[in-house]
Design a protein around this ligand. Structure first.
Ligand code: NI
Length: 184
């Protein structure tokens, strides 16, 4: 098992559409996903997409801590070939961070209520519904599979900021900073 190098913004692998996984029997598939898990944990992230570790495949891992999902944890999930369908047109804005865009954060509009489907590592189809932060993480990660990073989704670049600057200013002003500190 191994911690893999993380691709940063500008890398070609983050700009292109990743390929569908077709061979669920490939012996290296499960080992690769374990390396993704090791890498995400090492980076203290809540999500990671295969292109972020220089592999152009439609594979995403993520989890949602209970305190970010109305007290209900979404355990570590491995999604292969995921597909998202918004359940209505409602979006809200929230700060996002990305392991491929280190040090920065910005406000990103996302659908608040989606359904999504994917294959698990055995090729079995799974379907789920998600709201709010859970839905946001899934949308952020799946964007990585289509070559999109969160700054490309921002509608007001004025909110793009260095996290440590926001933290220092909040501390100075005695404000509570509401940021998603977990990278994805
Ligand atoms: Ni990301």
């Amino acid at each position: 098992m191994a911690v893999l190098p993380i691709a940063k913004m500008g890398a070609e692998v983050l700009k292109r559409r990743a390929a569908e996984v077709t061979d669920f029997q490939a012996p290296e598939l499960k080992d690769f996903v374990q390396d993704m898990v090791d890498t995400m944990e090492d980076a203290h992230g809540v999500g990671l997409a295969a292109p972020q570790v220089h592999s152009s495949q439609r594979i995403v891992i993520f989890f949602v801590p209970a305190n970010r999902n109305a007290g209900v944890e979404v355990p570590l999930t491995v999604m292969v070939n995921p597909v998202i369908t918004p359940l209505n047109e409602d979006k809200n804005e929230g700060f996002e961070a990305c392991l491929s865009v280190p040090g920065l954060t910005g406000l990103v509009p996302r659908y608040t209520h989606i359904k999504y489907s994917f294959r698990d590592l055995n090729g079995v189809l799974v379907e789920r519904e998600a709201k709010d932060f859970h839905a946001r993480v899934v949308q952020h990660e799946c964007d990585h599979l289509d070559g999109t990073l969160y700054p490309q989704r921002m509608t007001d670049m004025a909110s793009l900021a260095f996290t440590d600057v926001l933290q220092a200013e909040a501390e100075r002003d005695g404000r509570e900073l509401e940021l998603d500190e977990e990278g994805t």
